[in-house]
Structures are given as structure tokens and as C-alpha cells.
Design a protein around this ligand. Structure first.
Ligand code: MN
Length: 233
């Protein structure tokens, strides 16, 4: 049987040192995974609240990636588009109910990403007890840099994670401050869903989130791992 129309190809992320592309499947995001960001949002961090990590999702086709400067369209229905710089984990294998000490076996590589957020829509949803989806899962909301394979960068557990807008530092944190570490996140998430190769996990943002305007140029990075550059158009 043929499809009535051609199925869409997945979003593709470049891989450092390879001509092959990484096909994105699902995009999972961890909420409030750095205490300083949780505080700036008026909430407890996961560790402070002694609660397990919580997750939300973006559509796989919300991923924008590439090696050069990425052009990101300012999305509709917001006056408060926010940047959140995050370490992104790219899975090369799947699993369910994965043990913490096996979780890193699933990882293909890492990159830096932006969990772009329509903060005004998210705030309204929180207030009403509605889902966050339209605040978080809009088109081009999951920006990602070039994937760095584990073989090249290992498993970064500490080091600066930062973001500048027009050359000015907005976010400057350290991976070591993550409340839930990458292995814990994978293990926990894999109790809820079957993880698969191609899944991306955004691991939360440090403090300093803030608004973006058309024309802004963002640079973001995880020291020793990767940088990315994007322009809001
Ligand atoms: Mn985030």
C-alpha cells in the first residue's frame, strides 16, 4: 500500500566528524533542573522539593539544527519569547526501565540547545492549570547545535553552560549544578515511555532566562563540548 502523500522526513542534526545525519524522533525536556532557575521562576527545584524530575515534550519536527548560523522565526502569539540554554542528550539506542548504571549506554552524543519558550503563554497555562504545550512546543522551538559523539566528548558532567545575546552574557551556569543528572533523567524517563534511538532530551536550564527580540543574535555553548549561533528573524 502506498501513502496518500509522502511522509515527512525527520528533522536532521549534523554530527561532528561525520557526513551522516542524526534523525530526530521525540524531544523530551526536563523542567526546573537547576535550583537557581527554579528559584527565578518562583518554584522549587526538583532536588529541593525531593520530587522526581518532570517532563514535557516538543514535537520532533520543532527541531532546528545545522552547522552555521540558524535563522529562527519569531513565533506568533507571544510578546515574551524566552531563551533557555540546555545540554541536549542524543540517544543512539532505546530502552525501557533502564537502570541508572546502564543509562549512559543509550547515549550517542551531546549538543547544546535552546528550549525556546513563549513565556506569556506558558504563564497563562500555569495559572489556569492548562497544559504547557503551546508555550513550549511551537514550530522551531527546539534549537540544537551539531551533535558531538560520546567517542569524542565523553559524558560531560561539569563545565560552563552559557548563552549570550548580542554579545552580552545572559546565562552562565555549570552542568554540575543539575539537580537530576543525565543518567538519572534517562532512567526515570524510561520508566514512563519506551525510549528510542533518535530521541533528544533537553536537560533543563540554569538561571538567567529572558526575552528575545527580532534581530537578536544568540551564541550558546557548553565549554569543551560545542557552541551554536542563532539569529531571531
Ligand atoms: Mn527548559
Amino acid at each position: 500500500m502506498a501513502f496518500v502523500f509522502s511522509p515527512q522526513l525527520p528533522a536532521a542534526l549534523p554530527i561532528a566528524g561525520s557526513n551522516a545525519l542524526f534523525p530526530a524522533r521525540r524531544v523530551y525536556c526536563v523542567g526546573r533542573n537547576y535550583a537557581d532557575h527554579a528559584r527565578e521562576m518562583g518554584a522549587l527545584a526538583q532536588a529541593e522539593g525531593r520530587e522526581p524530575p518532570f517532563f514535557f515534550m516538543k514535537p520532533g519536527d520543532a527541531v532546528v539544527s545545522g552547522a552555521g548560523e540558524l535563522a529562527i522565526a519569531y513565533p506568533p502569539l507571544t510578546n515574551n519569547l524566552h531563551h533557555e540554554v540546555e545540554l541536549v542528550v542524543a540517544l543512539g539506542a532505546g530502552g525501557a526501565a533502564v537502570a541508572v548504571d546502564r543509562a549512559k549506554d543509550l547515549i550517542f552524543g551531546y549538543t547544546v540547545g535552546l528550549d525556546l519558550t513563549r513565556r506569556d503563554i506558558q504563564a497563562k497555562a500555569k495559572e489556569k492549570g492548562h497544559p504547557w504545550d503551546m508555550g513550549k512546543g511551537f514550530d522551531q522551538s527546539a534549537v540544537a547545535g551539531v551533535i558531538q559523539p560520546v567517542a569524542q566528548v565523553g559524558h560531560p558532567a561539569g563545565g560552563r553552560i552559557w548563552l549570550t545575546v548580542n554579545g552580552q552574557t545572559r546565562q552562565d551556569g555549570d552542568l554540575a549544578a543539575m539537580s537530576w543528572k543525565v543518567a538519572d533523567i534517562i532512567a526515570n524517563l524510561s520508566t514512563m515511555v519506551q525510549l528510542e534511538a533518535g530521541d533528544l532530551i533537553y536537560t533543563g536550564t540554569p538561571a538567567g532566562v529572558g526575552p528575545l527580540l527580532r534581530g537578536d543574535v544568540l551564541e550558546a555553548g557548553v565549554d569543551g563540548v560545542v557552541t551554536l549561533r542563532a539569529r531571531i528573524v
